[in-house]
Design a protein around this ligand. Structure first.
Ligand code: AMP
Length: 313
């Protein structure tokens, strides 16, 4: 990752766009908007225009497509195919860091082969959100000369498509995954050891999301740690990780600055947007969120983490 250039803005994301059913100790939301690319794109759209790649069925609510468009999300890369949209049902335990997948149907994603609109192929920023590594690779093949490629994956693919995932990781400079995924991918419980093994697979940088414990960023020999914004109540953690990645990549794409200092700032913006997502089911909190709300919480985050380095202890 280099320094600042004039080229900024365009951010392509591929990933799942889904209809979720979510159960928490506090309630249940049936057939609501979900999917990694949906959370990512809406989060990134607070900072920069987004170009989305994916597929939905003919049952996907028109009003959600309109909402995406109204947020500056280009849907030229989203196919509408006859059939059902991807469906996922998850149930959270009392400890919200633990959840069970009750059902998963790929539906229209089965056999889907993304072909990018010509206008997407010059995008400098690309995020390969949660979807099979083969599809992530196919999207990357079509981008001519990206400045920064980020990717996510999940247990489903780490266990079920390991060879394809390892082939992809050689081509991805920035991997953004959660702590459980880091353990599964590396076979190590300790995050420092896990990071070392994952960086040996190809990525030059790694962000490990640890839910309420914040984020660890590894790049070369440096480590950066950011806390999560302290919340009294987490209502629905679904998509927090995708929202975080959307905030990070959206902020980097908007500024065109991918220096180490900018990446630290982007991590805080990502953490701030993710902290809003978990306050309500699905993407509901993001529907009313404003850039001012984000900036306000960003400033709180700065004061939360600042201390006087000059004073003696
Ligand atoms: P996260 O909470 O960050 O793991 O992301 C949750 C989102 O991932 C949900 O909105 C689901 O629709 C989506 N999802 C669940 N299973 C899969 C899968 N196998 N592939 C892609 N996306 C999935």
């Amino acid at each position: 990752m280099g320094g600042r250039t004039e080229q900024s803005g365009a951010l392509v994301v591929v990933g799942s766009v889904a209809i979720d059913t979510i159960e928490t100790q506090g309630g249940r939301a049936a057939e609501v908007l979900g999917g990694a690319a949906a959370y990512f794109a809406v989060a990134a759209s607070f900072f920069t225009p987004v170009r989305m790649v994916g597929v939905v069925g003919d049952d996907f609510p028109q009003r959600d497509l309109e909402w995406f468009r109204s947020r500056g999300i280009d849907l030229a890369g989203v196919e509408v195919r006859p059939g059902r949209t991807m469906r996922w049902t998850g149930r959270y335990h009392e400890d919200m860091n633990v959840r069970d997948t009750l059902s998963f149907e790929a539906n229209v994603f089965d056999g889907y082969l993304p072909t990018l609109p010509a206008a997407y192929c010059d995008a400098p920023f690309v995020f390969l959100g949660n979807i099979s590594p083969a599809l992530q690779g196919r999207v990357l093949d079509q981008i001519r000369s990206p400045r920064l490629v980020g990717a996510d994956t999940m247990n489903f693919y780490i266990e079920g498509a390991r060879a394809e995932l390892e082939a992809l990781l050689c081509r991805v400079p920035l991997l953004i995954i959660n702590d459980e995924e880091a353990r599964l991918l590396s076979g190590e419980r300790n995050m420092i050891r896990a990071a070392r093994k994952i960086l040996a697979l190809g990525p030059t940088s790694l962000m490990i999301k640890r839910g309420e414990y914040g984020v660890l960023f590894f790049s070369g020999d440096t480590v950066f740690s950011a806390p999560a914004y302290p919340l009294e109540e987490v209502f629905d953690p679904t998509g927090a990780g995708d929202t975080f990645a959307g905030g990070v990549m959206g902020w980097l794409a908007a500024t065109g600055d991918v220096s180490p200092a900018a990446i630290r700032k982007a991590i805080v913006y990502g953490s701030v947007v993710a902290s809003f997502t978990v306050e309500a089911f699905s993407l509901e909190r993001l529907r009313t969120l404003t850039r001012d709300d984000i900036e306000r919480r960003y400033r709180e985050f700065v004061s939360l983490t600042s201390f006087d380095v000059a004073s003696p202890v």
